[in-house]
Design a protein around this ligand. Structure first.
Ligand code: GNR
Ligand code: NI
Length: 178
């Protein structure tokens, strides 16, 4: 297993629509395992492949609390097959938008169909933080960040700050090739 560098905004790779995986084979399983280790290390409750520069439809999630047993979920090609009529409002964060938070409204409950780590088709009904997190990760696969659900004013404020932070501690040479 390996820790992978997490990409922060603004970065064109976070804006891409990711490609489906053909099957969950050894290569995708290794990616899933490395993503999970990277997520636990961050720490975070979810991670999408584009956040580590891989433009494939793969996410990992674990919303278990600190003193609970780990409950990792590995998903390839996730699709929502049902969403609830009622919404929930949650203050979200994102490892690609470090130190910024904002309220996002999403369906409160979902059913998601996906390929698991063994390449089996599964369906999972989720609510609460798990439903929020899965939808946040699925957004990443469409090139959507939580700030894209906020007003342009709030979004641009956050993105400007992140760009400034990047410019401050990255040499211009690496910047031009990023
Ligand atoms: O660690 C994370 N916490 C979080 C909190 C509220 C809603 C969504 C999330 S996901 C985030 C990790 C991340 O950036 N995943 O893409
Ligand atoms: Ni995120």
């Amino acid at each position: 297993m390996a820790l992978l560098p997490i990409i922060t905004a603004p970065d064109p790779r976070l804006k891409k629509v990711c490609a489906p995986v053909e099957a969950v084979d050894d290569e995708i399983r290794r990616l899933m395992d490395d993503m999970l280790e990277t997520m636990y290390n961050a720490p975070g409750i979810g991670l999408a492949a584009p956040q580590v520069g891989v433009l494939k439809r793969v996410i990992v999630v674990d919303v278990a609390g600190e003193d609970e047993e780990r409950a990792p979920l590995f998903m390839a090609n996730p699709e929502l097959t049902w969403v609830s009529d009622d919404d929930s409002n949650y203050e979200e964060g994102c490892l690609s938008l470090p130190e910024h938070y904002g309220d996002v409204v999403r369906p409160a409950a979902i059913t998601v169909r996906y390929l698991d780590r063994e390449n089996e088709i599964r369906e999972l009904k989720a609510e609460g933080l798990l439903a929020t997190c899965i939808q946040h990760e699925m957004d990443h696969l469409e090139g959507i960040l939580f700030v894209d659900h906020m007003t342009a004013l709030k979004r641009n404020m956050i993105l400007r700050k992140l760009l400034k932070a990047k410019k401050a501690d990255k040499p211009l040479a690496s910047y031009a090739t990023a």
